[in-house]
Design a protein around this ligand. Structure first.
Ligand code: 5AD
Length: 347
């Protein structure tokens, strides 16, 4: 096991069989996991020092035409409370965020059919002209390449589109109404062609996922050489078909984060809200596995509970934009601090 970790840490790849062995090793033996995490932390510190980038998350709409089995915002969830921010409300979030020090705004939302290219273009142009020095990240699901291109020209820099699973059967079982993995990957490739910094990722521990599926995810993200990687544990939401399934394993999540750090040393990897939601130590544990980004919630406080992709989603205290001082204190307790710069991917 030690050799496998050292192999990764010295910049080499591992094949599927070795990745499988390593992930099993991490689940079965805490010492192996610890060794892997320490290597990942070393690599992250070489790249980014002790600064953790912050991104202000604006949840622009809870309407969604998709019907993902795991997500509380799925179309079939009649009990979900729906809202849609106006352009002015989004700009107000950015104003507050900018004053707090954020230099990246992430506009995230369900696949809201009313979000036309023209409307989004206007929102992006307004943010861009008010704040020329910020990075604008979009996380709005599958759209056409023309749409991605237009939003990119309007001033968006980055796009998060998790691939969700590199296995087409597992992908199909989680997204029964979607156009499938092939279409998702085509979107990711379109985003790359448009010149976005692209984020991929998936949940750990969702129903039907085995370790060999995670190995495929790792190999796919490594092959695509993506700039950002989002990995969090699955958390059940009662009003979804997976509502009584167990949550994902934290150790397996941390092991996967650490492996991605070693495979993609320069990638921007958040310690996800899902990790922070599952355990009070979750956010620090992600950072101590090689993550280097945190995404505090900048949405208006009255909509935060409505953006329930899973239950009890952390959006207060140090997960909230107003809680930056608390976040910085918690980071300092483990030797890190907030880095307020834009934090672009550097080749
Ligand atoms: N648990 C954890 N993560 C989830 N996501 C959606 N639903 C859940 C859940 N129940 C993740 C998906 C999606 C992102 C917005 O959040 O990976 O891409």
């Amino acid at each position: 096991m030690r050799e496998l970790v050292e192999h990764l840490a010295s910049g080499h790849k591992l094949d599927a069989q070795n990745l499988n062995t390593l992930l099993h090793g991490c689940v079965e033996d805490g010492d192996v996991l610890q060794l892997l995490r320490e290597s990942a932390v070393r690599t992250a510190r070489e790249q980014f020092g002790l600064g953790i980038y912050v991104r202000g998350l604006v949840e622009v709409s809870s309407y969604c035409r998709a019907d993902c089995m795991y997500c509380g915002l799925r179309r079939s969830n009649r009990s979900a409370e729906r809202y849609r921010l106006t352009a002015d409300e989004i700009l107000e979030c950015c104003k507050e965020g900018y004053a707090l020090g954020f230099r990246t705004f992430v506009l995230q939302g369900g696949e809201d059919g009313t979000h036309s290219d023209a409307w989004l273009e206007e929102v992006i142009c307004r943010i861009r002209s008010n704040y020329p020095d910020v990075a604008i990240t979009l996380s709005l699901g599958e759209r056409s390449e023309e749409s991605y291109a237009r939003l990119r020209r309007a001033g968006a820099n980055r796009y998060l589109l998790r691939h969700e699973s590199a296995d087409s059967e597992l992908y199909a079982s989680l997204h029964p109404a979607s156009r499938g993995l092939e279409h998702r990957l085509a979107c990711i490739e379109a985003l790359k062609r448009c010149g976005y910094q692209v984020g991929m990722g998936m949940m750990i521990g969702v129903k039907g996922q085995r370790i060999d599926h995670i190995v495929k995810d790792i190999l796919l993200m490594s092959e695509y050489d993506c700039e950002m990687v989002g990995i969090g544990p699955f958390i059940p939401h009662g009003a979804t078909p997976l509502g009584s399934e167990p949550a994902g394993d934290i150790r397996l999540t941390l092991a996967t984060v650490a492996i991605m750090r070693l495979l993609l040393p320069k990638a921007l990897i958040p310690s996800t809200t899902a990790l922070a939601t599952l355990s009070p130590e979750g956010r620090n544990a992600g950072i101590l596995s090689g993550a280097n980004v945190v995404m505090p919630n900048l949405s208006p406080s009255d909509v935060r509970k409505k953006y329930a992709i899973y239950e009890n989603k952390a959006s207060w205290g140090s997960e909230a934009a107003e809680g930056l001082a608390a976040l910085d204190r918690e980071l300092r307790a483990i030797g890190y601090h907030i880095d307020f710069s834009r934090g672009d991917y550097i080749k």
